[in-house]
Design a protein around this ligand. Structure first.
Ligand code: NDP
Length: 333
């Protein structure tokens, strides 16, 4: 098999040279373990953080070791004492960035191709989907009629946030994304009431104010920086910001200039709350049931940008950081 290693710590935007694709011998699975051939790998923004050697909620990637991440694969062989898995089963697990994985059966979850396409377990019905759902339900405590603004709106989390907000009772839904084509997709295909291209010359604050003449009640932040500042300006009283991610800062080597208007938090009685999807697992059964129903009925649409081949996984990851994806970025092996 082959596995991507991190071979140096990146500074700013990672150079392709900090990664290396290495040959790894295939082992037979020992007791309690599975040998899995990966079919889909997830590339995610949080992986950029794991490339830095700093303490965080997930440990940094070790140098000269395979990187890990979400993956779906097919069980090729099972070790002794494994129950509940057989060759041919499909599983969701955490040893991505490689063609083959050997892992404890206890760390794999069986998934069914009959219920949903395998790729969906990494996106719309997987980690990014639950992030969108939990952020709206648990953190924003979305209320009927709320005006919701989401940044990174054409990405995996953001595109689901906007549609779920509507399905869960929001009033106006507004999104921002990095191209005119993405903006069109949001309003024409996904039913956003308004959307804007944050790369246009007009500042984000002005574009948001125009899109939300009556203010916003919920801001789902995937981006940070200038976007968060714009949302604080646009908030109505008792607004709630779900701080899910701050991708505009992940490659930054200097601290951000914005937001400069935090003093508004007092007068507007804002709640600004960070979230990690791992804390919201108790919502998973409800999420899967509700969202798979909306996917089946066509009320919730999802897109995937699929890059083929293990040798292109780094390009997929770097492309995702630059906005090459619409919806979830995936690697298909
Ligand atoms: P996306 O599918 O949204 O892909 C990343 C997108 O970020 C790109 O497509 C790009 O779109 C956008 N982007 C890149 N640079 C910038 C920038 N400087 N300013 C604005 N947008 C930018 O990724 P995910 O849906 O997987 O993740 C979205 C966010 O959610 C990230 O911040 C991530 O860290 C966070 N997250 C947090 C979780 C948690 O538990 N807290 C769990 C999962 C995700 P564009 O073309 O629009 O620029």
């Amino acid at each position: 098999g082959r596995a991507w290693h991190l071979v140096a710590r990146p500074e700013g935007e990672p150079a392709p040279e900090v990664f290396a694709l290495r040959e790894v011998p295939l082992e037979a699975p020992g007791p309690g373990r599975l040998l899995v051939r990966n079919l889909y790998l997830s590339v995610d923004p949080y992986m950029r953080g794991r490339m830095n050697d700093v303490p965080s909620y997930v440990p940094p990637y070790a140098l000269d070791q395979p990187m890990d991440g979400g993956a779906v694969g097919e069980v090729l062989a099972v070790g002794e004492d494994v129950t509940g898995f057989a060759p041919g089963d499909h599983v969701l697990h955490g040893l991505g960035w490689r063609t083959h994985a050997v892992l404890d059966a206890a760390r794999a979850a069986r998934v069914s191709e009959e219920d949903a396409p395998l790729s969906a377990y990494l996106g719309v019905l997987g980690m990014t989907g639950l992030t969108a759902y939990a952020g709206l339900v648990d953190v924003a405590r979305l209320a009927e009629g709320d005006t919701v603004f989401v940044s990174g709106a054409a990405g995996a989390v953001g595109s689901e946030v906007g549609q779920l907000a509507r399905l869960l009772g929001a009033g106006r839904v507004i999104g921002s994304a990095g191209s005119a084509e993405k903006v069109r997709w949001l309003t024409e295909e996904l039913g956003f009431d308004a959307a804007f291209d944050y790369k246009e010359a007009t500042p984000v604050t002005e574009q948001l104010a125009a899109a939300a003449p009556d203010g916003i009640d919920v801001y789902f932040d995937n981006v940070g920086g200038e976007h968060l500042e714009a949302a604080i300006d646009a908030f109505n009283v008792h607004g709630r910001a779900v701080i899910c991610g701050m991708i505009s800062l992940y490659n930054a080597t200097e601290p951000p200039a914005a937001p400069r208007n935090l003093s508004q938090v007092v007068g507007k009685r804002l709640r600004i709350e960070g979230m990690l999807v791992a804390d919201h697992q108790r919502l998973r059964p409800r999420f899967v049931e509700q969202v798979s129903g909306w996917v089946r009925s066509g009320e919730l649409k999802y897109e995937e940008t699929v890059v083929d081949g293990i040798e292109n996984a780094v390009d997929a990851f770097l492309g995702m950081l630059r906005g090459a994806n619409t919806g979830k970025m995936l690697v298909r092996l």
